[in-house]
Design a protein. Sequence first.
Length: 272
Amino acid sequence: MPIPIASLPVLVGRDGIVLSAENEGLVLDLPTEQIVFTADGLGRLRAEGGTVLIELRAKAGATPRVHRIDDVDPDGATLFADTINDLLANRTDSDDVDGARFAAIRSLAPRWRHRFARRVLRGVLGYLLALVVLAVVAGSLGHWDVVILEIPVGGISCLALGSGAYGLGQSMRERWLQRHGVAVTATRATSPGAYVYPDGTGDYRIFVHGRAGAAITALYPREDPGDVLVPSPRSARLVSTVGGGFLLACGIAGTVALALLTVSSFGTPGGL
């Protein structure tokens, strides 16, 4: 009697790599990526002691791609491989299939825009902390004019700096990718909002984006194919560039003005 997919063991291997079977296929969880193998792309599984090899289907004359998981439970590996191979044996379609197209890689690492947003947020929080320290020092020395001025000037400047830096940084990143990155056509996947694109190494990657369409253009840096970005419309990019630059300039001007007012107040007995 065949063993149900749901009852198959979860294989945990070296470096925390996990292989499991779910309704959509096999799921391989790596430290920074997740790969979902659907049945259409699987060739066979081989269990060799504590190692499991996932062999994808390949077109005639091509070398099949193989994914390896080491240091798993040998008995669980044998059961897992035998069960999946029994299910694959019932397949009746053509063998001339590129299995890589059915192995979707989803990056789990934070993308550039997320890392950049965190850096901007840390800068904003540092700015606000500096304002609080300045207010405490100024208040303790009786310079209440500085405290009163820094609330509107410092607050608005901080907001302008953060918003401007993020908007301008995003725009510059997109422009850089258009000049030095890789442009690919991403096609709609079966999952809602998901798109699949080739990464130049023979693998296919998946990401989620809200833009509707059967195919969209995506950009990624050559050194990190998983850090994908969908370019904005030209009008939106222009607004981001001009608006971000203006806000950044306003934030810098406000910060300089606040610094000059603070120095002037501290240099005058009793404040301004």
